[in-house]
Design a protein around this ligand. Structure first.
Ligand SMILES: Nc1ncnc2c1ncn2[C@@H]1O[C@H](COP(=O)(O)OP(=O)(O)O)[C@@H](O)[C@H]1O
Ligand SMILES: [Mg+2]
Length: 364
């Protein structure tokens, strides 16, 4: 079977997707799969690398991503790769795509839409689950409907906030309904971008203005003081299994972009030291959240644990970080599924879902 590993892309998590892909390339079972790397540049061009048929060291695995799109264009021989023609995937039953892309244009339903149109099996959530999980307002409303505990929140629309009287009402209701601190977030961004922790009313306007730079829908949430942050991995299609829980050992309260990707100040604690009841709760709510959005394949569910021991779902990620040092693969490793087995399972789940959909389509 041909496994197309798509990575890179127009996302702030571009470099993380490269690391995830390098890890996957080391772990793939080459007796089963022939791997075709497809690198998407920052500008959105698709570049196809040479087919990989045996394990390669990650540092020499791919040269495509070492060069950005600018040097690719300057490379007259195109020695780094060739332009990828998407119709190579069209209705290709021998292929499966692993879109190893986190964040915008990867995890938000857009690439999933492309792959649906091409009619090719692919790993992970479909369009709806991807788009809903990425949107902090949509996902919160759905999770509420299914009784999943979350922090109190207030959605804010740019059209309302532009009206001075309505803006004053919104600012007042933050104090009355949520209290401080609050977290102000663009509904659709990721990687902590555009998010501000606000400790007092006087800083609220600036934080809202900043969040509106990234989206015209913003969410304001009650901040949990000294929250611990937990994660659970989900694996499966209709009946996903939940992994054990892990904890993000943060140096500081706000797990921001720097601490996520730059300064290496976070460590993963697996298993998280929580009570059996707390573990049962996060596992139960993880599965419920996965099913509520109708996810498939893989998902990571992120929770807050407050000082009183109560858990709240923060968000779910339908294409979580997938480097061999990332939370999601570690959680499965600790739950008895090795990194190579995890990849294999995800590919099988992708093919199963594709076939199940074909059967449904045949009934229409
Ligand atoms: N309501 C909250 N209470 C406490 N901490 C929060 C809250 N919301 C966000 N944070 C902090 O901000 C980080 C990023 O917020 P999150 O909603 O997960 O955004 P992203 O989608 O960018 O990961 C969290 O990991 C946590 O450290
Ligand atoms: Mg997060």
């Amino acid at each position: 079977m041909k496994l197309y590993l798509m990575y890179g892309g127009r996302t702030v998590e571009h470099d993380v997707t490269i690391m995830s892909t390098h890890s996957a390339l080391e772990a793939i079972d080459y007796n089963k799969y022939e791997v075709i790397p497809v690198y998407i540049t920052h500008e959105g061009q698709y570049i196809k690398g040479l087919t990989i048929t045996s394990p390669v060291a990650s540092d020499q695995a791919l040269k495509l991503d070492l060069a950005d799109q600018a040097s690719w264009r300057k490379d007259p021989e195109h020695s780094l790769g060739t332009k990828f023609e998407l119709d190579e995937l069209a209705n290709n039953q021998d292929a499966v795509v692993f879109p190893m892309i986190h964040g915008t244009y990867g995890e938000d339903g857009t690439i999933q839409g492309l792959l649906e149109v091409l009619d090719v099996p692919y790993v992970g959530a479909e369009i709806r689950a991807s788009a809903v999980a990425m949107d902090k307002i949509m996902s919160k409303i759905i999770f509420d409907e299914f009784g999943i505990p979350q922090v109190p929140y207030l959605p804010v629309l740019a059209t309302d906030y532009q009206d001075a009287a309505k803006a004053d009402e919104i600012l007042a209701s933050v104090t009355t309904k949520l209290g401080f601190p609050v977290y102000v977030k663009p509904a659709n961004a990721g990687s902590s971008i555009g998010i501000t922790k606000v400790d007092e009313q006087s800083d609220l306007r600036a934080a809202i203005t900043k969040a509106f730079k990234y989206d015209n829908r913003v969410i304001i949430e009650k901040g949990i003081k000294n929250a611990r942050e937990l994660a659970v991995g989900l694996l499966g299609n209709d009946q996903p299994k939940a992994s054990i829980a892990g904890e993000i050992g943060k140096k500081q309260e706000f797990y921001d972009y720097e601490s996520k990707f730059v300064d290496g100040s976070t460590k993963l604690i697996i298993p998280a030291s929580i009570s059996a009841e707390q573990l049962a709760a996060v596992q139960k709510y993880s599965v419920l959240a996965f099913n509520a959005v109708g996810a498939s394949g893989l998902t990571r569910a992120d929770f807050f644990l407050d000082a009183d021991g109560a858990v709240y779902l923060n968000e779910i990620q339908t294409m979580p970080g997938f480097t061999k040092f990332s939370m999601y693969p570690y959680l499965w490793q600790a739950s008895g599924v090795s990194y190579p087995e995890l990849i294999d399972t995800l590919i099988n789940l992708a093919v199963e879902r594709y076939q199940a959909k074909k059967e449904i389509a045949a009934n229409l």
